[in-house]
Design a protein around this ligand. Structure first.
Ligand code: HEM
Length: 123
């Protein structure tokens, strides 16, 4: 399999896992689970997100996408920035549940739009 197909497969798996991990940590957050404070729970998302970033940048370089020249790619990166900010706010503040559920819902909608953008981009 050409290496770029490997990068694409890995990217899609990293993208899926990032949301699965995010949702799990959200459930542990509102359930006040001790699991949230385990070392591996803090480290694994960074490893996965690094893989997501490296595979994404590899694809962007291979296909020659610039966020300033390719509209959908610029929109995707802006949505990813928003997704990261929402995640930081969700896990770094000790807020009430309504606030946490609101932030998670906004993250979910943002993630959904990232998927819509990549699935509807022009070929
Ligand atoms: C939450 C984060 C992300 C999600 C959910 C996500 C999702 C996806 C998915 C599902 C695809 C496959 C689309 C297809 O099969 O045609 C894809 C492709 C791609 N992604 Fe991501 N991605 C994320 C982050 C990133 C990042 C950080 C970058 C670059 C810095 C990036 C760059 C790309 C590129 C260049 C492609 C290839 C598009 C093409 O085939 O023309 N992605 N992404």
């Amino acid at each position: 399999m050409p290496y770029i197909l490997v990068a694409k497969h890995l990217h899609v798996w990293f993208a899926l896992l990032t949301f699965v991990g995010f949702s799990l940590r959200f459930l542990w957050l509102i359930g006040r689970s001790d699991l949230l404070h385990k070392r591996w729970v803090k480290i694994l998302p960074h490893i996965n997100d690094t893989g997501l970033l490296i595979s994404g940048v590899t694809l962007a370089i291979f296909f020659g996408y610039s966020p300033f020249a390719v509209f959908w790619f610029g929109v995707k990166l802006a949505l990813i920035a928003l997704y990261i900010v929402l995640g930081v706010l969700l896990f770094r503040t000790h807020q009430n549940r309504l606030y946490q559920i609101t932030l998670f819902s906004m993250s979910f909608i943002t993630y959904f739009f990232i998927i819509i953008v990549v699935l509807t981009k022009p070929n």
